[in-house]
Design a protein around this ligand. Structure first.
Ligand code: ADP
Length: 267
């Protein structure tokens, strides 16, 4: 596994030999993931690579079979770690009989807000995600895209230090994607929060992520700061016939890095 520039900045997520075994199948294998504070960290890999399983372990939604995961020095799954994170799963589901507005108020109060503040925050989130007119709807009846938005809204409602987003743009319309990415960029850039985000749309991540990890078959292939990975990868991507300039390094896309890493693994 290639690690680039990961010790320079403060570490906020750290896993050690993190492993999840389902029956006889190892979904995540001895993962040593490091995410630095303030990063927008793209978590990339093919279907079935183990991204959701890793994110679920970080969120405390499932327990590791072996190894450990820490968020801000607190063990993932503990109450202390739970206060630091917001988690939007890949396929959010909501119980019958709870309106979107009530759900967000409840989630905000669970995070310690008083009723008045919780109502204000719920309204703000519904407004940002364009869900205000659906506030009285039973969230169980929401479309996939609306469920996604509501799930991201609940993840953000207490302004967590660490946001864990599993395929957040799946099912979102193009305008919502652009708005969400604008929001996330400010969330990390201006507020100094950390975002771990998985997506299959690498071109999308290209515009917001500054760090990345590539995972395949439950194992990390590469992790680090994207510009430094570009420098490292340029030696592999460009042949000797093509002169290497700083322009050509910045032109290396996440797609280039991804396919190079995946091809190397096959060798
Ligand atoms: P990704 O998010 O990268 O697509 P997942 O983490 O969802 O991958 O899944 C990794 C592997 O673990 C897949 O092969 C999947 O079938 C398997 N897996 C995930 N959840 C379970 C489960 N609850 N029981 C059995 N196998 C599972």
């Amino acid at each position: 596994m290639i690690k680039i520039n990961i010790q320079r900045d403060e570490i906020i997520i750290k896993t050690e030999k993190l492993t999840k075994i389902y029956g006889s199948y190892c979904a995540v294998n001895n993962m040593e993931l490091i995410v630095t504070r303030g990063a927008i960290h793209a978590f990339i890999g093919p279907n079935g690579a183990g991204k959701s399983t890793t994110i679920k372990m970080l969120a405390g939604a499932i327990r590791p079979t072996k190894g450990s995961a820490c968020i801000g020095g607190k063990q993932a799954g503990s109450i202390a770690a739970g206060k630091l994170i917001g988690y939007a799963p890949e396929n959010p589901r909501f119980n019958k009989g709870v309106t979107a507005y009530r759900y967000l108020i409840y989630m905000s109060m669970l995070c310690g807000e008083g009723y008045c503040n919780a109502k204000r925050k719920a309204a703000e989130m519904l407004d940002f995600f364009g869900l205000t007119r659906y506030a009285p709807w039973d969230a169980f009846k929401f479309s996939a895209g609306m469920r996604k938005k509501l799930s991201i809204a609940q993840a953000l409602i207490h302004s967590p230090e660490v946001l864990l987003l599993d395929e957040p743009t799946a099912n979102l319309d193009p305008d919502s994607r652009i708005e969400l990415f604008g929001y996330l960029r400010d969330y990390a850039g201006k507020k100094g929060k950390t975002i771990l985000i998985s997506s299959h749309v690498l071109a999308e991540l290209e515009h917001i992520a500054d760090h990345m990890s590539i995972i395949n078959k439950g194992e990390l292939l590469l992790q680090g700061e994207i510009n430094e990975i570009r420098g490292y990868m340029s030696k592999k991507i460009y042949s000797e016939e093509i002169p290497l300039t700083s322009k050509s390094i910045t032109e290396i896309s996440l797609e280039d890095i991804y396919s190079t890493a995946m091809n190397e693994e096959k060798l």
